[in-house]
Design a protein around this ligand. Sequence first.
Ligand code: GLC
Ligand code: MG
Length: 483
Amino acid sequence: MGRVPLMWWKDELVYQVYVRSFQDSDGDGVGDLRGVTSRLEHIAGLGAAAVWLSPIYRSPNADFGYDVSDFVAVDPSLGKLEDFDELISAAHGLGLRVLLDFVPCHSSIEHPWFRERPDFYVWSDAPANNWRASFGGSAWERDSVTERYYLHSFYPEQADLNWRHPDVRAAMSEALRFWLARGVDGFRLDALDRLLKDPELRDDPPATAPPPLPIDADDARLLHIHSRNAPDIGTALQTIRDAVGDAFLTGEVYLPVLDLAPYLDSLDMVFAFEVMHSNADVQRLRMSIAASLGTGKQGWVLSNHDFRRFASRIGEQDLRAATVLTLSLPGTAFLFQGDELGLPDGPAPDPPLDRNGRDAFRSPMPWDRSTHGGFTTGTPWLPTFDPPTCNVADQEQDPSSELALVRRLISLRRGLGDQAQLLPSEPDTIVLARGSHVVAVNLGDAPRSAPVVEQIVLEARPGDGEERGVVPAHGAWIGTNIR
Ligand code: GLC
Ligand code: MG
């Protein structure tokens, strides 16, 4: 793509594609790489700068790609390496960068390393401590072959890799470079707070307060000072940084803002989970936005494949106002496929495919009104959310659609500059000064006063900016300062 401009991600939008649910190209009901390539124009047309692909590596799919059995191969259900090369060149041709979701912390127990290189993992003759797995139960699982126990921070099918082992670091660095050589522009790094744990495997003490971010109730009984986020995490992250040079790195670090500093030393960005989990709670939004702005390196998240969708968490009433708020914060924003339509959580199959209950957040992308929304000609692997009520084709025709709003916000946010400051404001409202612009958002039931602006340049809903100095109930606008 010629000379890479410095910090191409600045003020841009990254679009997250959950490959299995985006577009199926071969009628097997599972989205695939060719399907993604065929829909890249939708992503470019939104104004996104990059696409982040959920894991595409070979996987037995206990955690749909997050249990990797070969870090340098494409899963056959998603396509071939050649399909990936085509995707990269098509994306680059449209001016879109491509980010892969890299899963450094664990591999599938079906990865050949699990048997051939047992030293790559963390073993013990008996459960070594009281650590809990994120998806429930002990973090130690008995292996019937060796009769020993291995550590797993997530599902038992996902054995934790020992990042204190130099060969692990070397092998993972090699995998990262493999993909860079194929043209990827960066990585979203999975579950980074689990990369390094206490080398002595000491017990976590009991929790004394509720967890800072929502987690499994069982896991919340412990204070996670040893099972994750080891003080020397920076050394492992530096290994990753050294492997990728100046490629873009954003981290999934599931920690409160105060604990993020050692991660930000090596990464370009981390996701602002505290803001994401503030939903439509104005007090929490104010506090978490202020804290996140302070780091200068937060990626704003509407939603992702692990949590309830943006539209479902926020609720219909506030959806448009909250969209304006999230997409007018300074820096990079991450949008999960379907959030540009205000797609709510979908129907969950029974029995579930994901044992941790995340199926409803991953329902197939609805492209049009047809039975399976144009996602597949076969039977979709997950049920769709009522395509006739929410789909790309219809929203394309409607200038008052969520899609139209998102598109306008993506183009507007680039021009808002670097400055961002929360101004004191009325209850239920958030007022953000963005250099020459002001953003006013009201998530309450009554109209509230807000700064008087020269000109309204964007309204969450038609008419939201009509009355001078007022932001209506469940409304929002962006205006220019009076000069
Ligand atoms: C991250 C992923 C999630 C996955 C977990 C284990 O949190 O976002 O989907 O289950 O890591 O890899
Ligand atoms: Mg397919």
